[in-house]
Design a protein. Structure first.
Length: 244
């Protein structure tokens, strides 16, 4: 139950971060020094000014220990700390967060201003995460052109927008336009803003597109084989008639 609550909190926290204007660079990031793990954080994000934050998500209340740990990790990694939780566990935790200048976002404050559209987007994201976690993929057969397939395939290989542009010898605006088209056709989700998440969706889409193409090819080959067998059978019948 604890793990499930933690994963749910992380999913909701991701949407809160995006809604607050942060850009997610990485998630569940493990930092090592000389192959020794020194820290693991839920998210690495940047704000509009380019300031980097480590983000730690608490499904429950934020206590003194959590604040100290986030502060120490942030200092070690030369970033700023940001916590997301249900609230402060006590006054001491609130005072310490202000003293150490640890930024805090609360689940309860955010959902007081949540509108139905926001809720729908969150539910869509949660359902897709569940599909991904249990290996269940929604099948979408989109009518994609060669450029769209090429962009989707490179995105599935976890290439950045700049790298995709270089590979296809195209401007980034052209690639962004293609991504917009992929969203409209259903190959990519319409509301997802996180580029790393789009890479996951691209992998799923490429799996089903490739599978569909292979099945179509096999069906075509099977139809050809059936025609050949029928022709051979007719030929054998004719030969048998001629012999009699």
């Amino acid at each position: 139950m604890g793990k499930a609550r933690g994963l749910s909190a992380e999913r909701i926290a991701r949407y809160i971060l995006l809604s607050e204007g942060y850009t997610i660079l990485d998630e569940r990031k493990v930092f090592k020094v000389n192959d020794i793990e020194i820290a693991e954080v839920d998210y690495i994000v940047t704000d509009a000014s380019g300031q980097k934050y480590i983000v730690e998500v608490k499904a429950g209340d934020i206590d003194v220990s959590t604040i100290r740990n986030a502060y120490a990790n942030a200092k070690t990694l030369n970033m700023k700390p940001l916590l997301i939780g249900r609230g402060f566990s006590n006054t001491a935790a609130e005072v310490l967060a202000k003293k150490l200048e640890v930024d805090v976002l609360f689940f309860r404050d955010y959902f007081l201003i949540l509108d139905p559209l926001d809720l729908e987007v969150i539910m869509r994201g949660v359902l897709l995460d569940v599909f991904d976690e249990y290996g269940i993929k929604p099948i979408t057969f989109a009518n994609l052109d060669d450029r769209e397939k090429a962009v989707l395939a490179l995105l599935a290989k976890e290439l950045t927008l700049e790298e995709i542009s270089q590979k296809l010898n195209a401007k980034q605006k052209e690639i962004q336009s293609t991504l917009k088209s992929l969203r409209k056709k259903g190959a990519l989700p319409r509301h997802e803003k996180n580029f790393s998440q789009l890479m996951k969706y691209a992998k799923s889409a490429m799996f089903w597109i490739t599978l569909n193409e292979r099945l179509a090819f096999l069906e075509s080959q099977l139809q050809d084989l059936i025609i050949q067998i029928k022709a051979l059978r007719d030929e054998l019948k004719n030969k048998k008639k001629n012999c009699t």
